[in-house]
Design a binder for this molecule. Structure first.
Ligand code: ATP
Length: 671
């Protein structure tokens, strides 16, 4: 059967009867009904579809779980509907108009951020927006004053996602507000599952939760705020905006996704909703898988029922066995009859279908599209494919220890709202180690955990309101707020992870203790206080969530090591008025600085790749493997300047992509 899928009717998410037109035969790409306007794959996206099937488990595992995915998806839909008129409507996403400079390769065009906080937007306007938006967004969450929200960047059925500045870590972050999480216990379980998995799965190609804000009350909180590393876009947008992706792009995208999948699957976790929208992307080609809400962990003693229902995965990305409900062969008699009544068609060779594609890519494609899941390679096997020769060395790709069953006990119990609330609260405490200790020792307070911080936050707002949005948005009792950054010596250095380029700077960052949760210590990834973390080389021995391989030693980019496309340069202490409007408390975007340097008022500016402003790890990189092992190198060299070119796409005079990070002068006084 390998290699070709056959004509069949496919059910939709909602289980609509087969009133849709028959789906197409070739490559297993279901043809959407003509009336469908939803999130269907674009022509370019289809190139990635075969790969996405790898999200499904290796059928040899023969495990399964019974689940109520149908109800879950139904609820997702109704949540999405009920969110439509929400106060925080995302601004329209406009794609970058200007073509980035080409230096032997195309830069990725990502979404162009709106101008609300760009230099052309007035400070007052920005402050006003922040005021109402933040009031709406944060309500009374204690550590909220650590974050300054900027704009809405995404919306899902469970939450609104805003970009924000973490004043403490001096990084831009994405904050997802998941509201009313206890309306349905199963929604709450989904959220618990997602935040747990993202804590346990730590990999450079999986989005990282940096923090979860502490709710004001343990017993009756309704919303949670999850702080993620900020990504610029998602693969769906990237594919839409770039019709000139090159072979290197495809190769590198697939490579990243496969190594992420290898890691996820070795933890016995199955994402089950992989699609371009759930793969976040940066213009430097970095991809990260997100949205683990539908994911499941499999355990050996799981009863053998049906793991994969036809409600799993968004319809356009389902493997054929899911479309036809015939995972572990075609068991359904009706489906079997229907399939065998179909006319057999000779396959169109891929080389004919995609004449310009790399023959190795086509071979891999053929394997990935095997009709029988048994014939498809696992993620690890796919990484060994000759298509990735020189790029991947499988033994160096990290794997994960299987996740402990105890972590997911809740999946098998009937939970009350109160119980699941308690579990979510407990999970939140993983990001508040001191409180976690008190909780474990039974000495924590149950309500209003940090009134002073709430107070601070409220004061900020009333201050903004009183000054009509024009004044400095700094409450009076923030001690260091008005001091120039360079005059204050940091008494409690920000860890390396949280100050991307600080090591190379002569300017020392300011301690902004008022922004900190006073209970909190610095912590490392997951739930481990930073000081308690073993040296990186030792982390390979740790349990779930720890890289279990030589990745750390091999120079493989860890979360912390991968420079973000919008990392910050520190600025000199003295800022003229222009710089002031572009600086963020002494930090400004690399790319912006670079763009300024290169800007000639036109999009087509030559970029000297060797002079890229992005971090390039020291030492020569002799082979492709080294280049891939170093996140920045692959972007800046193998992909021929995609990052720098993206950075250089600014400077058109129309406002720029990079200006998203610019904070108006009113805000820079916040620090
Ligand atoms: N870390 C991030 N950086 C940038 N954008 C993000 C980030 N996380 C999420 N987004 C954006 O927000 C959108 C919604 O996020 P997400 O998919 O996590 O929400 P959800 O409610 O779980 O969605 P779904 O309806 O698919 O379940 C994403 O499609 C993405 O565009």
């Amino acid at each position: 059967m390998g290699g070709r899928w056959i004509t069949q009717r496919c059910r939709s998410d909602g289980g609509e009867p087969a009133s849709e037109p028959p789906t197409r035969t070739h490559c297993g790409l279901p043809r959407p009904p003509p009336s469908y306007n939803g999130n269907k794959p674009r022509a370019h996206e289809r190139n990635l579809l075969p790969f996405l099937h790898l999200s499904f488990p290796d059928p040899r595992l023969r495990f399964s779980l019974l689940e109520s995915a149908a109800r879950e998806i139904g609820r997702r839909r109704s949540r999405r509907r009920s969110q439509r008129p929400a106060a925080l409507t995302p601004p329209p996403r406009v794609l970058l108009r200007s073509l980035p400079t080409r230096v032997g390769g195309a830069a990725l065009r990502t979404r162009r951020p709106p101008d609300t906080l760009g230099p052309r937007a007035g400070a007052a306007n920005a402050v006003c927006c922040r005021s109402s938006a933040e009031a709406e967004f944060f309500t009374d969450y204690g550590d909220a004053n650590r974050y300054k929200i900027q704009e809405v960047i995404g919306k899902g059925s469970y939450g609104v996602v805003c970009s924000a500045i973490d004043l403490h870590a001096r990084q831009r972050v994405a904050i997802k507000k998941i509201h009313n999480i206890f309306e349905h216990v199963s929604d709450a379980a989904r959220i618990l599952r997602e935040i747990k998995l993202l804590r346990l799965l730590r990999h450079p190609d999986i989005v990282e939760i940096k923090h979860i804000m502490l709710p004001p009350s343990r017993k009756d909180f309704k919303d949670i705020y999850v702080v993620f590393e900020l990504m610029e876009s998602d693969l769906h947008q990237v594919i839409k905006a770039n019709d000139d992706l090159t072979e290197e792009h495809y190769q590198f995208f697939l490579y990243q996704l496969l190594r992420a999948l290898k890691y996820i699957h070795t933890a016995n976790v199955y994402h089950r909703d992989l699609k371009p929208k759930n793969i976040l992307a940066n213009s430097n080609c970095k991809l990260k898988i997100c949205d683990f809400g539908l994911a499941r962990v499999s355990f050996n003693d799981t009863p053998t029922t049906v793991f994969w229902t036809d409600y799993v995965a968004t319809r356009w990305y389902r493997a054929p066995e899911l479309c036809g409900s015939f995972f572990s062969k075609v068991r359904n008699e009706k489906a079997r009859r229907y399939l065998s009544s179909m006319r057999k068609k000779d396959p169109v060779p891929f080389s004919q279908k995609f004449p310009n594609a790399d023959p190795l890519a086509l071979k891999l494609l053929e394997k990935l599209l095997a009709f029988d899941p048994k014939d498809r390679p696992t993620a690890e096997e796919a990484l060994r494919d000759p298509y990735f020769k020189g790029l991947a060395r499988v033994e160096r790709e990290p794997s994960c220890q299987p996740i402990k069953k105890a972590e997911f006990d809740f999946e098998h119990k009937r939970m009350s709202k109160e119980e699941i609330r308690e579990l979510i609260f407990r999970e939140i405490l993983e990001y508040h180690p001191q409180l976690l200790n008190s909780y474990i020792n039974g000495t924590e307070r149950t309500t209003f955990l940090y009134p002073s911080a709430v107070d601070q936050f409220k004061k900020q707002f009333s201050h903004l309101e009183e000054s009509g949005g024009n004044g400095p948005s700094v409450p009076m009792d923030r001690k260091h707020a008005s001091l120039p950054r360079t005059t204050v010596v940091h008494s409690n250095p920000i860890p390396a992870k949280e100050q991307p380029l600080a090591a190379s700077s002569r300017v020392r960052p300011v301690s902004d203790d008022s922004c900190k949760n006073p209970w909190e210590k610095e912590r490392g990834p997951g739930n481990v206080p930073r000081a308690a973390l073993p040296p990186q080389g030792l982390q390979a021995q740790a349990g779930p969530g720890r890289v279990n391989g030589s990745v750390m030693n091999s120079g493989y980019p860890s979360h912390q090591q991968i420079p973000q496309a919008y990392g910050y340069h520190q600025m000199p202490a003295r800022l003229d008025s222009t710089n002031q409007s572009q600086a963020m408390g002494g930090y400004t975007l690399h790319s912006q600085a670079h763009a300024c340097a290169n800007s000639k008022g036109t999009a087509d500016v030559a970029v000297n790749m060797r002079a890229t402003p992005f971090h390039v790890p020291a030492g020569p990189k002799n082979n492709l493997l080294d280049r891939i092992a170093s996140g920045t190198d692959i972007y800046t060299r193998s992909l021929n300047g995609i990052v720098a070119a993206a950075a250089a796409s600014v400077g058109t005079g129309t406002g720029t992509h990079r200006n998203v990070g610019v904070v108006p002068s009113g805000m820079s006084r916040m620090y």
